[in-house]
Design a protein around this ligand. Structure first.
Ligand code: GLA
Length: 391
């Protein structure tokens, strides 16, 4: 796996010049799942796992991309931007496509990237690649794009070029993350607030199910549609309703018999999740972890039963935590159908618990359980800036 030194070394080997070096992290989300595209709230934090970039401008229009972790490369020209059959490259080409569409003037560039965010684990390696490149190009070509516009551009690139209709959370936290703080984002107004997340005796542990179902992206888009369908039903009586954010729990229950049961369950989950997130923020400010943990369990229940985006592996890992009073809270995290659970665990007991979970998981599913003990870190930032690596 790549680290910052290996990325810089490879870049120098290939291009023999000084690059700009930057770090673009993955993320966790404490609570607020499947709420971002419903204009609700989310509470993510950037983590210590990251993608590193070494990048420098060229004088022509050629873009040379080298993916260190898979030892593959791709070349294209900024005047001829099209989808590649190398899927990894599309996350990067999409950013150039967005810059072109918004008439930002760039040259070609040389870029080596790689890192230690596990792929397909739901820790947003894709947003790290997109937003990291957008951040780097903004600097080396002096484009003067502000941080929020970088976020929007990166999300749009994923929506339009990669073709995943994700919400704004992952790109937002990637750019705005701060050490030991989680970010409450209001996905309707795009306002945000930092909330300290600093507990000396607590570790954030991610258990990786090791499964990523092919259903994930089609079911994700399906959930978006189902929520929209719920909004359209309510809009008939309340034309001002733009999204589930404008809907209260009382309203939803009034519609219980006026919408299909599945749509009701999806909408109820989203409205409840926004309410839970607000309670979790209050509890965090009071350093009341048992309440935060309890809300996380409720979220998991909702995601599993009402929103139906969990799977047996995720449910098993969350269920197992319920016998442990050294674990404050656990739930599936991210889009679902695999990926990781997020767990708040007493620091002293982490190793014990991880070994025990690994043994139980192996026995049940025959899969080695990978786990990551992580912490809340800074968002995308420069590691080394050589003046000649800009234009
Ligand atoms: C994925 C998407 C996010 C968000 C989560 C679910 O990570 O990229 O925008 O919708 O799923 O909360």
């Amino acid at each position: 796996m790549a680290n910052v030194q290996s990325i810089e070394k490879k870049f120098r080997e290939l291009f023999n010049e000084n690059p700009l070096i930057l770090r673009s992290p993955g993320r966790v989300n404490i609570i607020g799942e499947h709420t971002d595209y419903n204009m609700g709230f989310v509470l993510p934090g950037a983590i210590d796992k990251a993608i590193y970039f070494a990048i420098a401008p060229r004088t022509d229009n050629k873009c040379f991309l080298y993916a260190y972790d898979i030892n593959d490369n791709y070349e294209f020209s900024i005047d001829d931007v099209k989808r590649s059959d190398k899927n990894w490259a599309n996350y990067l080409i999409g950013i150039v496509d967005q810059l072109n569409k918004n008439e930002y003037k760039i040259n070609g560039f040389n870029c080596v990237f790689g890192g230690d965010i596990p792929i397909g684990a739901g820790l947003s390696s894709s947003a790290a690649i997109e937003a990291g490149l957008a951040y780097a190009l903004n600097y080396i070509f002096d484009l003067k794009i502000d941080k929020l516009d970088l976020v929007k551009l990166s999300q749009k690139s994923e929506n339009e070029f990669v073709g995943v209709k994700c919400g704004i959370m992952d790109q937002y936290i990637n750019i705005f993350g701060e050490e030991n703080k989680v970010l409450k984002i209001d996905c309707r107004s795009l306002e945000y607030e930092y909330i300290p997340f600093e507990f000396k005796n607590i570790s954030i542990v991610l258990f990786n199910t090791g499964v990523s179902h092919s259903l994930a992206s089609s079911e994700y888009n399906q959930r978006r549609k189902e929520c929209k369908e719920g909004v359209q039903i309510i809009q008939k009586d309340f034309p001002d309703t733009q999204s589930l954010r404008d809907v209260t729990l009382e309203m939803i229950y009034d519609y219980k018999n006026k919408m299909p049961e599945k749509i009701f369950n999806r909408c109820k989950y989203v409205v409840e999740e926004n309410n839970r997130l607000l309670k979790a923020c209050d509890a965090l400010k009071k350093k009341d972890l048992p309440t935060v943990g309890n809300l996380m369990y409720q979220t998991h229940e909702g995601l599993s039963k009402d929103y139906e985006v969990s799977c047996k592996e995720l449910d098993f890992l969350v269920e197992l935590t319920k016998n442990e009073d050294r674990i404050f809270g656990a739930r599936m995290m991210g889009g679902g159908f695999g990926g990781c659970t997020i767990n708040l665990i007493e620091k002293n007991d982490v190793n014990d618990i991880c070994n025990f979970f690994a043994e139980r998981y192996k026995r049940k599913f025959g899969i080695e359980l990978k786990y990551y003990i992580t912490s809340i870190n800074k968002g995308t930032s420069f590691i080394k800036v050589y003046e000649d690596a800009t234009i």
